[in-house]
Design a protein. Structure first.
Length: 299
């Protein structure tokens, strides 16, 4: 078991500890509980899905990186596949607060990067802020997605975000988590190709400023992230942060980034370049390159 989980794990009920131990001890546990594992945990504990997710929130919150606020928030995105994805808030020293990641964004993006195509429930240990409510409204689940909080009845996003403004108000049909492929041709080395492939799957229906990031960690593993744009613009999640979410869930230290590549459109109306470079520098990475995508995607 990774040391980050030790404290939260010891506070869990004994039956849950016993059922979880082999899962957390597995070398390939990276913040995902697969559908069969969720079923096993329910059978071992007698908890229904909603109660189990609430019980697991302290483990998700253990993944938080909060050197600024010292306030850990955990979230679990529950997909229609039956898989559950951990998420936690992330803050970065010497970087603007606008670069931080909220726990709900983390769990949702984690699910997206793992290939989940729709979410049914978000379980979180604190009430979602307005920023996160708007971010969730970009999902293909819409306002019907369930929001589960400790000590409260489960409600929908529509209850928390009445009279919502979203993609439909801008005549946009594309929704976050629905698979897309913008068709940019892969080129360059392995890291460059990974960044381009991430850009191919990015969600940017408002600006068409498709972008993706690929990071090579100290262990040699490559982590990719995609831009997730929002109808309200400000809750958009940069591609670097998406890659950092995945890196964090793999228990890799964020100050261990050895090399980074950003791929973005040549004709983009906005650029991730300067913000990406600045946040990487705050994390101690200066080996940063950009890859310009063709103006027209190759379909």
């Amino acid at each position: 078991m990774h040391p980050r989980f030790t404290s939260a794990f010891s506070a869990l009920p004994l039956r849950l500890q016993q059922a979880l131990q082999p899962l957390l001890d597995a070398a390939d546990f990276h913040g995902v509980l697969h559908a069969n594992e969720v079923t096993q945990l329910q059978q071992a504990t007698g908890l229904d899905a909603d109660a189990l997710a609430l019980a697991l929130l302290p483990l998700a919150a253990s993944c938080a990186i909060a050197p600024v606020s010292n306030f850990n928030v955990g979230a679990i995105a529950r997909g229609i596949s039956g898989n559950w994805y951990f998420g936690a808030n992330m803050e970065f020293r010497n970087a603007p607060l606008q670069q931080t990641v909220h726990a709900e964004q983390s769990a949702i993006t984690h699910a997206w990067l793992r290939g989940e195509t729709r979410l049914e429930t978000i379980t979180v240990n604190y009430t979602p802020c307005g920023h996160c409510r708007q971010f969730m409204n970009e999902l293909n689940s819409g306002t019907a997605i369930r929001v589960s909080l400790p000590g409260r009845a489960i409600r929908t996003l529509g209850d928390y975000l009445p009279d919502a403004f979203g993609p439909a108000d801008l005549n946009i049909a594309e929704r976050l988590l629905t698979p897309v492929d913008h068709g940019f041709a892969l080129q360059g080395d392995t890291l460059q190709q990974a960044a381009i492939e991430a850009a191919n799957q990015s969600h940017a229906p408002y600006s068409q400023s498709y972008s993706g990031v690929a990071l090579r960690s100290r262990s040699g593993q490559i982590f990719t992230g995609r831009y997730a744009e929002n109808a309200a613009f400000n809750p958009s999640l940069p591609p670097l942060q998406a890659a950092l979410i995945l890196m964090n869930m793999h228990n890799e230290a964020l100050d261990g980034i050895q090399q980074a590549v950003l791929a973005e459109c040549q004709t983009a109306t906005l650029s991730q370049r300067d913000a990406t470079r600045a946040t990487l520098a705050a994390l101690g990475c200066h080996a940063f390159a950009t890859e310009t995508l063709s103006a027209i995607a190759v379909k």
